[in-house]
Structure formats: C-alpha cells, structure tokens
Design a binder for this molecule. Structure first.
Ligand SMILES: *Cc1c(COP(=O)(O)O)cnc(C)c1O
Length: 384
C-alpha cells in the first residue's frame, strides 16, 4: 500500500518490536550486541555501525522523503560533513550564496583546507550555475527556501543542469521539511536535514539526516558514517521518532500561523520589507507554488528605520517570541541574522545579499496566532 504523508509520519518504516511487540520503537541503549557465533548476529554488531532505534528512524525519514536510504548523524553539520567527504582534493562545489552560516563556515574553514573549492552563486536564476561548471565540478549544493532571505531556488532546473553535466545535486531541505517539498522527486540525488529543527520539532534534540535513492551513494554515506562515527544516539532517535509522528499536523499550523504573521507585518507602517515566499509579489513565488505544497513558518522582515538598536530593542520587547538560535520548534523564536546565524559571514558580503542590520528572522510556532500578532504589535509600537 502506498501510504500518504500523515500515515507515513506515524507508521513509515516502523514495525512493532520483534522481541516484545512494543508498539513504540524501544530505546536500544546499548553499545554492542551478543553474537550467536563468530560473524553470526541479528543484523546489529556495534552501535556506531547500526543500532535498532536509529535504524527505525533512518527508515522513517527515508520514507518521508520518498527515498530508499536514510542515515542519521549527531547534528545537521555532521550530515553535511559526511556529504563533503564523498569528494577528493581538487573537486569543486557550486553552492547557494544565501546560505546557513554554519554551512558556509564548514565549506570555507574546514573543507577548503582539504582541497575542495567552493563557488557561491545567486541561484534564483538557475542558469547562473552553468557559468561556474568545469571539469572538476562534482556537486551543486542548494538550500531552498534560503536562510534568512527566503529566496526560492528552482530544484527541477538545478537537477537538469546537474544531470546534463553528470554531477550531483544535494538539497538542504531543513526549512521546507518533507511535508512541503521532496527534492528527490524533483531530481536531486541527496537530501539533507537538520533534524534539530522541524523534524524533531520540540527543541530538545540536535541531529542531522541524509536521504538518497542511489545504492552506490548510500554505501559511501554508510561507510563514512561508520568510519567517522558522527552518529546520533538511541535516546535522540527515539525522541525524533516521537516528534515526527505529529510533523504533518504541526506543519499545517506553522503554515497557517506563518501566513497570518507575514500579512500582519506587511501591513505595519514600521516594517519595511517582509520576506515570505507565499506573497504573490515575492520574486520567486511561482516556483515556490510549483515545488512546495505550502509556504512554511519561516519569515524575515526589516524595519523602515534600518538601525541596529531598533532591531535589538524590538527583539527585547517581544515576550512570546523568544530570542534564540534555531527554528522549527513548536514555540516561536526570533533571531537577528546579522549577529547570530550569519555572524560568521563578513559584514560586507552579508549586506551585499541583503542581510541588513535591522533584519529580524522569525520561526513562527504553533501557539495561538492572535497572541503572536499581539506580541509583535506591542514590540513594534514601542519603537520610537
Ligand atoms: C540548523 C541548520 C543546519 C545545521 O544543523 P545542526 O543540526 O544545527 O547542526 C544546516 N542547515 C540549515 C538550513 C539549518 O537551519
């Protein structure tokens, strides 16, 4: 039976526990597994290599992304680290320029040292990518919607370019989640998640995941996962299995609340720009409409008076929106990209792409939306 999303979130890849019938996957808090004889075990030998709780989660996330193979890591960054280890010195990667700060940092300060070369490209026009392709190019790295500008990149167009040039396409699908967008269906080779965010959904776990359909890529991912050892724990795998069971319900509410908050901000006189792909005048709205099922709960806005101190005051005056790194939990969070998530990007480069001092990013949670709007309204009205 081909299950629909909400059914897969609850049942995908999961069986009652074979030993006891427990309906919830137990936390197999063990490092090793007793073997019947040398080389004769029940599929698990050592928990770095594979653990039943992690395995259940990997199957579940793979199904949500309509992929065959899933792998979970100790953080989103560890998942990205694994993807980069697929390559060799001299290989080149073309990446989105409006990128999660930590991804930019691992590209520039870790993997450049080992001989990988990165090009950062505005991909809103996918054809731009082609001018950077040469014989050494091995991968296109896409993040969409982008962070914090909520630009939308056409995954299908990127996949066509990747296929024509025989290179891989990897998509960081953290912001959209598999509920809104499935990059493998659009032609991507690898999907990456910071599970920390919407998949976990409760701000209690740091985790990453990769999903792919190609067996050879999967073998390499599992080899690196086992060799480098950046795995996630059975306890965290359990928490995320539990979190994912409500992913579809949470995402629906994130989308509804996000829309109302975006519309409120757009109508407020102290707000300059609101970045949210659901607006018809968003520059990439048509692509968003085609490749996403809804527009999500992430948005950013700037103030008419582009002053750092106004942004700081606004952030301090919000009480339901908590000032914190991260996103995608049930509770609403606010952030200041210029000093927080994008602090690692030099000021000049950050302003070139529009991340100005007054920009505030919101992760709209699933609280009562009238309270969220009131919180924003109060904070805006307090600005002089
Ligand atoms: C948070 C995040 C990451 C990094 O994931 P961690 O789980 O924090 O290591 C990567 N990409 C995006 C888009 C993120 O939001």
């Amino acid at each position: 039976m081909k299950m629909k999303f909400g059914t897969k979130a609850i049942h995908g890849g999961l069986e009652p526990d074979s030993a006891t019938g427990a309906i919830m996957t137990p936390i197999y808090q063990t490092s090793t597994f007793v073997q019947n004889g040398v080389g004769n075990h029940k599929g698990y030998a050592y928990s770095r290599t594979q653990n039943p709780t992690r395995h259940a989660l990997e199957e579940n996330i793979a199904q949500l992304e309509n992929g065959k193979f899933g792998a979970c890591f100790g953080s989103g960054m560890a998942a990205i680290d694994c993807v980069l280890k697929l390559f060799n010195p001299g290989d080149e990667i073309i990446s989105t320029n409006d990128l999660y700060g930590g991804t930019y940092r691992i590209f520039k300060t870790i993997f450049e040292k080992y001989g990988l070369k990165f090009h950062f490209v505005g991909m809103e026009n996918a054809l731009e990518i082609e001018t950077y392709i040469n014989a050494n190019t091995k991968m296109i790295w896409v993040e969409t919607p982008t962070n914090p500008l909520l630009n939308i990149i056409d995954i299908t167009a990127c996949a066509e370019i990747a296929q024509q040039n025989n290179i891989l396409l990897a998509v960081d699908n953290t912001f959209a989640t598999p509920f809104l967008q499935n990059p493998l269906d659009l032609g991507a080779d690898i999907v990456m998640h910071s599970v920390t965010k919407y998949l976990g959904g409760h701000s209690d776990v740091v985790m990453g995941a990769l999903v792919c359909n190609d067996e050879n890529i999967a073998k390499e991912i599992y080899r690196i996962q086992n060799s480098s050892g950046a795995i996630t724990s059975p306890m965290d795998a359990f928490l995320v299995l539990r979190g994912i069971k409500t992913l579809h319900v949470r995402m629906q509410r994130h989308c509804e609340n996000g829309k109302q908050v975006a519309e409120f901000l757009k109508s407020h006189p102290k707000v300059d720009k609101v970045y949210w792909p659901g607006f018809e005048d968003h520059p990439n709205h048509q692509i968003a409409k085609t490749q996403m099922r809804d527009y999500g709960g992430m948005l950013s806005f700037t103030l008419k008076e582009n002053r750092l101190e106004d942004a700081h005051q606004m952030l301090e005056n919000m009480h339901i929106f908590a000032l914190a790194e991260s996103l995608g939990g049930v509770e609403s969070l606010s952030g200041h990209p210029a000093t927080m998530t994008h602090g690692a990007i030099p000021k000049e480069e950050r302003e070139k792409i529009g991340i100005v001092d007054s920009m505030i990013r919101l992760s709209v949670g699933i609280e009562d939306v009238t309270d969220l709007i009131e919180d924003l309204e109060n904070a805006l009205n307090k600005l002089n």
